[in-house]
Design a protein around this ligand. Sequence first.
Ligand code: COA
Length: 229
Amino acid sequence: MTGAVNTVRVGPLSKDDAGEVLTVQRAAYVTEAQRYAAPGIPPLRETLEQVRADIVRPGVIALGAWLGPRLVGSVRGRIGGPATAAPAAGGSRYSARGTSAQGSPGAGSTGAGSPGAGSPGAGSLGAGALEVARFAVAPDVQGRGVGRALLAALHAAAPPSVRTMWLVTGARSDDNRRLYAAAGYVVVGSVVDDAGVELVRMERPAGTPDMAVVRGARGAPIGPAATPE
Ligand SMILES: CC(C)(COP(=O)(O)OP(=O)(O)OC[C@H]1O[C@@H](n2cnc3c(N)ncnc32)[C@H](O)[C@@H]1OP(=O)(O)O)[C@@H](O)C(=O)NCCC(=O)NCCS
């Protein structure tokens, strides 16, 4: 890579980025789909129109990461009311909105848990919660710090009303769990979804000290990352 593409820029997505977001998201999530033999996971079912709508939806913080002109990663933070942060009433409502949390293998998977604090999809956090969703980095640049930069930027962009960040991820997705643990997320519950896949729900109190924004992981370091405007 040249010098220009060794600097990652993180900033807000616009709806014009939706096509590239979908491309990166699909490429990234295939690995998760294969891991769980679940080709219909929500990030792979999402349509271009749904991506476009989510990027501009009120209450959604949509961030991208660019290396030079190329979009190489994205993440969406969804500030909850019950409709986004409280899918405890059942998977159908949750998946019907197209808002199943990132990494959740299987349709409506986060809604399969029993309601109540500590279970994935529990609706206990309300409007003070931000769901981390659709977190994806292009396969050829994974392990180089782009994901960390995106996650740290999302944490920094959360408004003061957000007290808790949360997500679900596959229980066997060890790399993901390590990344989230390093960013301050702790496992608060687990559930087997309606596709038979075990998920964990992880939460992070707002204000938790963040990991280094960019740390070269398995490949050449990338940085520094810009904070979102
Ligand atoms: C998860 C993901 C967004 C992380 O982005 P990334 O740019 O690869 O992550 P970074 O380089 O910033 O951080 C590396 C850390 O992320 C974790 N990680 C997760 N997936 C990884 C991958 N494919 N390659 C390398 N590290 C990965 C590791 O814990 C690693 O830490 P380590 O250095 O201690 O091993 C990205 O790997 C991805 O798109 N994966 C597929 C889709 C997915 O699973 N999304 C999240 C669903 S919950």
